[in-house]
Design a protein around this ligand. Sequence first.
Ligand SMILES: Cc1cc2nc3c(=O)[nH]c(=O)nc-3n(C[C@H](O)[C@H](O)[C@H](O)COP(=O)(O)OP(=O)(O)OC[C@H]3O[C@@H](n4cnc5c(N)ncnc54)[C@H](O)[C@@H]3O)c2cc1C
Length: 339
Amino acid sequence: MNKFSWYEAKSIEDALQQVNSTVSEELYQHTNKATVFKSGGIDVFDWVKEGLLQPQKIINIRNIPGLDKINFDSKKGLRIGSNVTLAELASNAEIKENYLALHQAVNHAATPQLRNISTLGGNIAQRNRCWYFRSTDHDCFRKGGDRCFARHSENGENENHAIIDNGSCVSVHASSISTALMAFNANVVIINSEGEKKTVSMDDFFVTASKDLAMENILQAKEIITEISIPAPAKNTKSAYIKQVARESYDWSLGDVAVVAEVSGNNTCRSASIVLGAAAPVPYRSKEAQQAMEDKTINSENATAASKAAMKIARPLTKNGYKVPLFEATIKQAILEIS
Ligand SMILES: Cc1cc2nc3c(=O)[nH]c(=O)nc-3n(C[C@H](O)[C@H](O)[C@H](O)COP(=O)(O)OP(=O)(O)OC[C@H]3O[C@@H](n4cnc5c(N)ncnc54)[C@H](O)[C@@H]3O)c2cc1C
């Protein structure tokens, strides 16, 4: 581990000013950042320990006042400060009552110990966990190299990797909580060093690998996430989240699904929002499954048809063909849970 300096940010403006004075935009686009924000620090210190990041300066934004609040209003919806921990989210009664799939996703992420430290801002901004991307021995596409080691037809270890949108990088996004956030049409509030605020939908926050290999989200060097907000749930909204893992705890998703929909009295699905995690390099909204369920009765036959529609575009790699039936079964189960 290299030596670095530590800066304890007192406010958002203070944190952004520190970045201004030490880092250039180009440096930040690459994995070896000179200055880095640290919130919970789980991902940041993994990077440092793995030798992938040799920071000159770490700016601790974890203790900035005001970013640790959860506010729910039945008309305005939910606002979560970026420094709220996953443990705080997991135990929040209003989230459990009004945004069940988010409650379920948070409770199935990582471990109780990690949830005590991890923040929501850090969770959605964390980088992927592809073992080649995380290895200093493998200069893959995302690190400016000329190949994807996971894709290799003979010795690529790609069992955890993407089955959708996997034409370039085949990693999957590490945030399973984002699967539920996107299904609830959450927005990310970002502030830059000029003090300008912008609000982007989760769908626009993530950057697909086919668009830009260097980025997994739109965050720029001089920007901080201050809040994640979710609209108030429409009347009769029901939701469900299911995550498939190899081990019950301490494990990343092999495939997870969030379904949010308005369900009318006769068990009909209206305005379905269906998102798949660990299927593609970023959380993937399955428009195919959504369309298949629109104005349909929630029953086994229609849920099966929707899950098959979602997987029509899947292109498995050499070792992850199992993900297709895994997603088919999980999408079906999640849809049936909202009936
Ligand atoms: C073994 C293990 C299993 C895990 N399993 C899961 C899982 O199943 N599901 C899941 O969703 N997650 C999982 N995680 C992720 C974990 O829970 C953390 O959420 C994640 O590693 C980062 O959160 P953090 O607050 O520590 O972020 P940090 O490490 O502090 O930051 C991560 C990144 O976000 C940036 N950042 C942080 N806050 C902000 C902000 N406010 N504005 C702008 N940039 C910011 C940092 O600069 C850095 O680039 C797992 C982690 C481990 C180690």
